[in-house]
Design a protein around this ligand. Sequence first.
Ligand code: HEM
Length: 501
Amino acid sequence: MKTNFTPFDNVDLKFCIAIFSAILLITGILKKIWEIRKLPPGPWGYPFIGHLTLLGTNPAETFSKMAIQYGDIFFIRMGKWPTIVLNSKEAIDEALTKMPEIFSDRPKFYFNNAINKMKGLVFGEYSQRLRLHRKIATGVLQEFATSKSAPTEYLVRKESDILIQTWMQSQDYEFNPIHDIEMAVAAVIYQLLFGSNINCHSDQTFIDMVKNLKTVNEGASAGNFVNMLPWIRFIMPSKVKQLLERLELNKKFAEKCINESLPSYDKNHERGMVDGLITAANKYAEKEVHRDGITRGQIYSTIRDFIGAGIDTTSTTLQWTILLLSIHTNVQEKMQHEIDDILGGRRATLQDQGRLPYVEATILEVMRHGTIAPLNIPHSTSSDVKLRNYEIKKGTVVFCNIYGIFKDQNIWTDPNTFRPERFLSKNNTIIHERADIIATQFGVGRRRCIGDTLSKRELFLFITSIYQALKTNLRSDPSYGRIINLNCKPTPYKIQVNPRY
Ligand code: HEM
């Protein structure tokens, strides 16, 4: 007799589904636990937002405290992004120096993508194209800003003189020096871009450039939020739109520079870095797209990178210098003695770099104390990788906690004291092992800053020129704070100046 009986007839279908789902869930949880066991240690976070609420106003400082508990490599989640934080120079070297092919990418953050679809220089993904882009940009910087024939020394002197004159006119008053510092540093980069014979202070394009730069920086904190929690852009669409418009302004500015320079471009008489980039575009992207994938537009976008990465960084370091030297007038006086002794009244030249150890030590100590890029620019892993015994997944965000290194008591003993002498040996020479730690301020590995030589030259010449001519005194509360945005600035302050002669 034929029956319709099957072995499953007695088993409730719902029960089967429940058992199956439970097995899936338990396997999923076990797999997660197994993966977590292989990750660096770290605190538990919340769903969706991860550890964002822990970070506070100074994330790098929070990371340094967490490193005491979790060690020099720990794991957190920044919103949707798995993240490792490297808290010692050794940990940074193990990752970025020893495995550069894997640790040189940039995170695919919302705004990194919005800037040139990650095909630019500073926020571009690590690839053959990026290596060529870096080579082109480095070549242009070397030729027009750091070569022997480059006008950098002349330009910094010229802009220092304008700055000193402006401040002398206010010598009976207290004033906030930040705007003048920004204009002076911006003017140097602007003239390196377009040619040193430009009177940029009355040039509307220059004024627009400084304005653009400010608007992008002002919108940066909203940008950080959207980078970490991309869904937040649906909650605050107007902020995102505003920032995208600001970035677009920067793009339009770079395009305008090229369009204005192209008609008068002469390959035999290049005026500055913009002409250098036009030459590079003609060489590398003659067929519109080079075999390494770079386009003319991407080469031209280097103008935005030089402006974005080269002005605010150097200007912020100078803002910290003036603040710290106006508080620590004893350091200022020691620097002035050295300047008088070695230079004997003449102007400093680039040949004097290395001949004024106290000035150099002061610049290093300003960089340490101010720590203008506390977490550098975030990196990202381009494939799964083993770091120590931890298994790090592709696409993990990598933060280098430079602030933690610069405030590490095991390295500096009294890290919160401003004391340039810590960089000087008994023979009054720079202690190179210590200076090397400060060099991490410019990044480590294949994405290291390409403008470090230029910025060190600018800082040396600006600082010696200003303090050769003037004394500065603080006229506001010396307990300054930090404004952490794209980089770390001191809270606004006021100074008063006196001529030295
Ligand atoms: C005190 C001044 C400066 C500081 C502290 C500084 C710091 C940095 C840092 C931390 C990075 C990221 C490194 C990394 O990802 O590992 C960087 C990248 C970069 N910097 Fe600077 N910078 C300064 C001045 C300049 C100047 C003057 C220029 C050019 C005019 C410049 C151009 C760049 C460029 C193009 C990159 C991107 C490199 C890449 O992603 O491959 N920087 N800088």
